[in-house]
Design a protein around this ligand. Structure first.
Ligand code: GTR
Length: 333
């Protein structure tokens, strides 16, 4: 009897050992997922961040969980310029940024954010979805980036805490925060205002304490950052349409198989429609909330004086970028 019990106990121990070993083998064969990080300046609810989540979801789904992209919203990994630098040397794998600060690293991008370049949003999308847009996505490799996809960012307009702006003269002398972008500095200076480059996260307190008088952005950012609470005058001059872009670090991408690179590129493109829809919805929410707050919203009767003041920016472009601008303007005509 005792012998039989010992026998059974041995068999059980052996069986448990086998199950354990099988469990171990399983864990070893199901390779650990590849975890990559994406930096985003906006908060989790912002439509652009929602687009990032959609991108991450598609990558995880299509790779059957092999590749996970962790989205870090709210500038947790740093402000845009610092994040772009980290993406360049592979410390961060992806980021979604405005092309304004990215143009400091890949200057040709400036051609896509010239003032009053696009006739309207449809024109911009036609350009971005054409070979011109694809060529720009491919053009950043030398700078260490792989361009993946475009997101909507509406049109940017001026706001300030001092006075209503209805003409170029009204902007004279106002201290206006700009992104860390030479093009944006030039744009604000061409209108006679004082350009102050500053990270996005410092703008609210900058206006509140009077370090700057105002800034410029789209409805969603004006609202989500609460800048509208400290800068009551908003002028819909719509001086630029600046596409948002998702980029990958070339160093991070080079570590992946060609198939996984293709999967990521396709997922990024396929997340665009989701963001564009979320953007349109949130633009309305933001506008309604700002108007309900009693902010003064002004329109320009016509923008020809603004355009004329910015013409020297076009004249100063290199012959190559002048040609690209001409190509952009010809799209859809
Ligand atoms: C927003 C854009 C951000 C950031 C910001 C800024 O419209 O989505 O990526 O560039 O503007 O003005 O710094």
């Amino acid at each position: 009897m005792i012998k039989r019990l010992i026998g059974i106990a041995m068999i059980l121990t052996l069986a448990a050992g086998l199950v354990f070993a099988a469990g171990q083998a399983d864990t070893a064969s199901a390779a650990k997922p590849i975890v990559l990080r994406l930096a985003e300046t906006h908060g989790a609810d912002y439509p652009t961040t929602q687009g990032d989540y959609e991108f991450a979801r598609l990558v995880e789904e299509r790779s059957n969980g092999r590749i996970k992209i962790e989205v870090y919203p709210g500038s947790q990994l740093g402000e845009e310029r610092a994040v772009i630098e980290q993406v360049q040397f592979g410390a961060i794998d992806f980021t979604r940024v405005s092309i304004s600060p990215l143009a400091a690293f890949s200057p040709d991008l400036n051609a896509l954010q010239m003032p009053y370049l696009y006739r309207n949003a449809d024109h911009m999308w036609e350009v971005l979805n054409s070979k011109i847009g694809d060529d720009f996505l491919d053009s950043m490799e030398d700078a260490g980036f792989v361009g993946l996809s475009w997101f909507d960012s509406g049109a940017r307009s001026f706001y300030n805490s001092v006075r209503p702006v209805k003409s170029v003269a009204d902007l004279a002398g106002l201290k206006i925060r700009v992104q860390e972008s030479d093009l944006m500095i030039g744009l604000v200076e061409s209108l006679g205002a004082v350009a102050t480059p500053m990270p996005f996260g410092e703008v609210y307190s900058g206006i509140q304490t009077g370090v700057i008088d105002g800034a410029e952005n789209n409805w969603p950012s004006y609202y989500s950052t609460s800048h509208y609470e400290v800068a009551k005058y908003f002028t819909l001059d719509e001086h630029t349409r600046v596409p948002e872009i998702t980029i990958a670090s070339k160093l991070s991408m080079d570590k992946l198989s060609k198939e996984d690179q293709a999967l990521i590129k396709q997922a990024a493109k396929d997340s665009m429609a989701f963001q564009i829809k979320a953007w349109a919805d949130y633009e309305k929410v933001a506008e309604e909330a700002v108007r309900a707050n009693g902010n003064q919203v002004d329109y320009l009767d016509d923008n020809s004086a603004f355009q004329a003041a910015m013409q020297p920016m076009y004249d100063a472009l290199s012959p190559e970028l002048k040609a690209v601008v001409a190509e952009i303007r010809a799209v859809g005509k």
